[in-house]
Design a binder for this molecule. Structure first.
Ligand SMILES: Cc1ncc(COP(=O)(O)O)c(C=O)c1O
Length: 300
């Protein structure tokens, strides 16, 4: 990990190594009461760009709304702060991590605590270390939507994701796949799933039971613009095992081909449609596709 120079802490660019919190008075550390995002920035021929910065900021505010955080900053402030953090980082490409957290409160309900914002970034290349990954269905189910707000990016949720990832990695797989309470595919610990069968693209329907990714949204638009049919529907593991192609999407993972699920080989290790979508996605984030320039914020 190559750290960016500064962390924006409540409006102040603070050197990376000086950005600290109190271990006892940070409610978020004890109870998971923080919300976060991951935004990538890329080097292009015309300077560096943040990809879908405004959409990530909208989502972190959506997530924070469940914690009744009294934020001192507006969406506009955070949009600008994320650009500034990347610009001053000394990096040309990387991953930006805003986190809204709560201090000054002990005890379970965060009400009455003080809300803070920190935004840092670091250089991050490939997230999953293979051109096509081996996936294991987790014994850990995704948190049910009658137990928590599953389509918000809340720090406390990520222990559920961490259990699944640790179980997969300890058993020699690259990544986990999580099912919901009804055996339908939910998502990966940090990714959404797509499968392809007979030329059609399928991805789980967003019914509040997983995080509807911004990359998922971008890939659906790209696929439709390329003329593919995209079907959002609930499906189970048998359809994944029988798919012609499968891939994950995520800000960190980008478009990540899947070669097997539970040791069952997917027909095409890196399929043609997956390759095409990955190519157009990577061209998009690198500023090479005119019609998706609207998703980019240039700096430098
Ligand atoms: C649980 C989960 N699902 C899906 C995703 C993919 O979302 P996005 O494409 O917005 O990064 C992420 C990553 O943020 C995630 O943490």
């Amino acid at each position: 990990m190559i750290p960016g120079k500064y962390i924006w802490m409540d409006g102040v660019l603070t050197p990376w190594e000086e950005a600290k919190v109190h271990v006892m008075l940070t409610h978020s550390l004890h109870y998971g009461s923080a919300v976060f995002e991951g935004v990538r920035f890329y080097e292009t021929e015309n300077g560096s760009v943040l990809f879908r910065n405004g959409d990530h900021v909208d989502r972190i505010f959506y997530s924070s709304s469940f914690m009744e955080m009294q934020l001192k900053f507006s969406k506009k402030d955070i949009v600008k702060a994320q650009v500034l953090t990347a610009k001053e980082s000394g990096l040309k490409n990387g991953y930006i991590r805003p986190i809204f957290y709560i201090t000054g409160k002990v005890g379970v309900p965060p009400i009455g605590g003080e809300a803070h914002v920190a935004i840092g970034c670091w250089g991050w290349d490939k997230y999953l270390a293979a051109d096509s990954v081996r996936v294991k269905t987790s014994k850990w189910r995704r948190i049910p939507q009658n137990a928590d707000i599953c389509d918000a990016k809340i720090c406390g949720h990520y222990f559920n994701a961490a259990l699944a990832s640790m179980d997969a990695q300890k058993n020699g797989y690259h990544e986990a796949l999580m099912l919901d309470q009804n055996d339908f595919i939910a998502e990966g610990p940090g990714e959404n799933l797509f499968i392809i069968k007979d030329g059609k693209i399928y991805t789980p329907k967003n019914e509040g039971n997983f995080l509807p990714g911004i990359t998922r949204h971008s890939v659906i638009i790209i696929a439709k613009d390329l003329g593919y049919e995209v079907v959002e529907k609930n499906f189970k593991l048998d359809e994944v095992y029988n798919a012609d192609e499968a891939f994950f999407t995520g800000t960190a993972a980008e478009v990540q081909p899947i070669e097997s699920v539970d040791d069952k080989l997917i027909k095409n290790r890196i399929g043609q449609i997956t390759s095409k979508l990955r190519e157009v996605y990577l061209d998009t984030v690198h500023g090479k596709v005119e019609k998706y320039q609207k998703w980019l914020t240039y700096f430098n």
